[in-house]
Write a protein that binds this ligand. Structure first.
Ligand code: GLN
Length: 440
């Protein structure tokens, strides 16, 4: 890790590629510095959500989460690279730069908040705002060896967030320090008149609660790499020695969460992307003599990446008359079953625990050979909590034989961030984390 020095920001970024846009200032004037995923609108920096179709878009307003960080004295130093509109698991689907893992630059940071995890791992005392739809905070936190929390859906205002899946998107925090999660989530949480899906909630002032019991779903132990499984089992022993009771349980619904998610998320995404047509935001230099649908098509064909196009096709299909009951409505039913399964288990346990990702950060050449389906499948451990809207958090818990970080993910009941924040702080005292060696 290195201290943040704005005169060296460009050189650090040349090596790690965490930022899409950066501050031009020479020194940090705020009382702390932070970065934000590039799907959060920011007044003084271009906001593209990882997509070339938004190139040149300079929002006239700050997302509420960014506005609150600034109001608390924070200085925004960069907008972080990500998969286009959040569509991905490795940030390799970015229309711009792909962030590189600070532990090994031949490997991915995870996604889709890959640039945020990278910045949190590279810079000391740095906090980054990430966004999770299906696991995009926990996955990169795990791959980059930092702490990441996605709060309960509705805890943080989505105003100014460029939507991927409106019923799934949550803004959260990534940092190398567990104590930052409490501090900064406290700043961005709260009901916001500008976002009707942000909930009326008690003041965000969680106390401390010791983790007395966790449930480990047997389904979460399937398909793990050897390194992940052994680091996870060792962590269970450590938790036991800290006085936590561990029980292996069955959560049969977890298996169905991933297919249901890709139906729900792409259905919502395909409607959200309809607004990008080369007229209102970003790219607009087109041939005005074309008929309007040809004009729109010319932009969408040119500037959307392959994954965005795939999701438009998939999501349009699952909502079509004649198919929507079979796919979209069915997926909503599965979502309810997953929520009920969490409620059942969390009635008798403080949290549900599993590894965050089934493997460590893959190499870019391996990612290039992965099919879209293989990439979707990699998310089977992070997706269930996301479709349930329950708060979840990844903490570093070991290192593989390749030297890459491994994370484990705690899931708590709706609005129970208290237990997650307490666990993170207790865990940080016993787990010896490694910091990446940062050179420029
Ligand atoms: N990897 C998942 C997807 O591609 C989740 C991404 C996210 O949370 N934005 O949809």
């Amino acid at each position: 890790m290195i201290g943040l020095d704005l005169s060296k920001l460009k050189s650090v970024n040349d090596k790690y590629g965490m930022f899409h846009a950066m501050t031009e200032k020479e020194s940090v004037e705020g009382s702390f510095h932070f970065s934000a995923k590039d799907n959060l609108t920011s007044k003084d920096m271009e906001t593209c959500s990882g997509s070339r179709i938004l190139e040149g878009y300079r929002p006239a307003f700050d997302a509420t989460a960014i506005a609150k960080m600034r109001a608390a004295g924070g200085e925004l130093v960069g907008k972080t690279n990500m998969d286009e509109f959040g569509f991905g698991t490795f940030s390799a689907n970015s229309g711009f730069e792909v962030p590189r893992n600070p532990f090994d630059t031949e490997r991915a940071c995870g996604g889709s908040s890959g640039g945020s995890a990278c910045a949190a791992a590279v810079f000391e005392d740095h906090v980054s705002l990430g966004v999770s739809t299906g696991g995009s905070i926990c996955c990169p936190a795990s791959f980059c060896g930092v702490y990441g929390i996605a709060p309960t859906y509705g805890r943080v205002s989505r105003y100014g967030l460029i939507d991927y899946g409106n019923s799934l998107d949550k803004i959260g925090i990534l940092s190398s320090k567990a104590t930052d999660l409490r501090k900064y989530l406290g700043i961005i949480a709260g009901k916001d008149e500008k976002d009707p899906t942000s909930c009326v909630q008690p003041d965000f002032n969680p106390g401390y609660r010791k983790l007395s019991s966790v449930a480990v779903p047997k389904e979460g132990m399937e398909g793990l790499s050897k390194d992940v499984e052994s680091a996870f089992r060792k962590s269970l022993e450590t938790l036991e020695s800290m006085g936590t009771e561990i029980e292996f349980v069955e959560m049969p619904s977890l298996k169905y969460a991933m297919p249901a998610y890709y139906v729900l998320a792409t259905s919502e995404a395909s409607t959200n992307l309809a607004r990008y047509v080369g007229m209102r935001y970003g790219q607009q230099e087109g041939d005005l003599s074309l008929k309007f649908d040809d004009y729109f098509t010319s932009f969408r064909s040119e500037y959307f990446g392959d994954e965005a196009k795939r999701r438009i096709l998939l999501g349009t299909f699952t909502r079509m008359v004649g198919f929507r009951d079979r796919y979209y409505a069915k997926a909503l039913q599965v979502r309810k079953v997953v929520i009920d399964d969490y409620k059942r288990i969390l009635a008798t346990h403080d949290a549900v625990l599993a590894p965050t990702m089934p493997f460590t950060a893959p190499r870019f050449d391996d990612i290039a050979n992965m099919s879209a389906l293989d990439a979707y499948k990699a998310d089977y451990l992070t997706i269930p909590a996301n479709i349930a809207g329950t708060p979840h958090m990844s903490v570093p818990c070991g290192y593989g034989s390749d030297g890459m970080p491994i994370g484990m993910q705690f899931v708590a009941d709706h609005w129970d961030e208290e237990i997650l924040l307490s666990v993170a702080e207790d865990w940080e005292k016993v787990f010896e984390s490694k910091k990446p060696e940062v050179t420029i």
